[in-house]
Ligand binder design. Structure first.
Ligand SMILES: [Zn+2]
Length: 353
């Protein structure tokens, strides 16, 4: 009997020490805020994992080829030790941003679904929407919430205040901005505005993530006129440390006025081999005095050095099917963040502005 009690004692001690280990992890002691930019071959998916272990997946890549993007998203979740996605955000209903959602929902539990609600009429008529919309409904079970400009995604904060404050804020959605009643496409004196954009892209959700002094902007595929009003006459976002290059680096987005207002230190482009970064955007980013590095998911086969950083900043250059992600890890206490390619890539350190 004594031996049984002794054994029970050992088991109990192991359980307690195991729980203590878990508590350390969930309390976020020494943990970074991690952002994974996933290779969706010209689509988009960004995984955010907070120091408290909460997760946000922004967009879910494409449906075809079968399961590729879902597998890549799932692998990143495994690398990040996740057992669920807390918030899944669909910035807009284009095939390269929500095609992988059903397959992803089969691989990992998803707690909350957030989107920009019904897409514009011309999109609802498209064959691709008629094909994907039922899969979206199957994945979400219609439990979706519209995210409006000015609203937050309610991430947990550390009640003791030991971990810096974290906030995920929506600055644009449905072609609307917070406290802006005007017409996004109306002429603005002194500026050449783009033609009115009635597409899905202009209606994208755009998010700002802050963690202590660190700031990250992920604007989905918003286009020039929405970007203009985010930067002018008031800089609604402020300077950012990390910039997810909007709309895969295409020139119909990435308004120079906004790029200057954001003044990012590092830009990461979710491009494809034949999709972005286009030369005007690439040149505008490189002209920013603040910019220290541009990272790209793929080598851009169209524009040579007018659309590509040096090879060490490209995640999938020689093997375009490798599916390597780019990861940023943020530590406001050290006043810096690192960026690396893949789970074992060389970490480059950048100072938080
Ligand atoms: Zn897109």
């Amino acid at each position: 009997m004594k031996r049984i009690f002794a054994l029970l004692g050992i088991v109990l001690a192991l359980v307690v020490s195991g729980c203590a280990g878990l508590q350390n992890t969930s309390a976020g002691a020494g943990r970074t805020l991690d952002i994974y930019f996933l290779d969706m071959m010209g689509g988009a998916s960004t995984l955010i994992v907070t120091p408290l272990g909460e997760s946000v997946l922004i967009d879910t890549g494409s449906l075809e080829p079968k399961h590729r993007d879902a597998e890549r998203m799932y692998k990143a979740c495994m690398d990040a030790d996740l057992t669920q996605i807390d918030y899944l955000v669909t910035t807009h209903f284009d095939t390269d941003h929500y095609g992988g959602i059903l397959e992803m929902s089969k691989r990992i539990p998803i707690k909350h679904f957030i989107d920009n609600d019904t897409p514009p009429k011309d999109v609802r008529k498209r064959q691709s929407f008629k094909k994907l919309n039922p899969l979206y409904k199957q994945a979400t079970k219609r439990r979706t919430k519209l995210l409006r400009a000015g609203e937050d995604i309610p991430l947990k904060n550390d009640p003791t205040g030991k971990i810096a404050a974290i906030r995920l804020h929506c600055v644009a959605s449905q072609k609307r901005l917070e406290a802006f009643a005007g017409d996004i496409d109306a002429p603005v004196e002194g500026f050449e505005m783009a033609k009115p954009d009635t597409s899905n892209n202009a209606h994208s959700i755009a998010l700002v993530l802050t963690y202590g002094d660190f700031k990250f902007f992920a604007g989905g595929d918003i286009t020039l006129n929405v970007e203009h009003h985010l930067a002018h006459p008031v800089n609604r976002i402020g300077k950012v440390d990390l910039y997810q290059v909007t709309h895969h680096g295409l020139d119909r987005s990435n308004n120079t006025i906004l790029l200057k207002a954001l003044s990012p230190t590092v830009a990461v482009a979710m491009n494809g081999p034949r999709k972005g970064i286009q030369p005007r955007t690439f040149a505008a980013l490189n002209a920013l005095p603040s910019l220290k590095a541009i990272y790209q998911i793929h080598y851009n086969t169209q524009y040579g050095e007018k659309g590509n950083p040096p090879p060490q900043f490209i995640a999938n250059k020689d093997n375009p099917t490798k599916g390597q992600y780019i990861k940023a890890a943020v530590n406001p206490k050290q006043g810096s963040f690192t960026v690396q390619i893949g789970p074992d890539g060389k970490k480059r350190r950048f100072t938080i502005q």
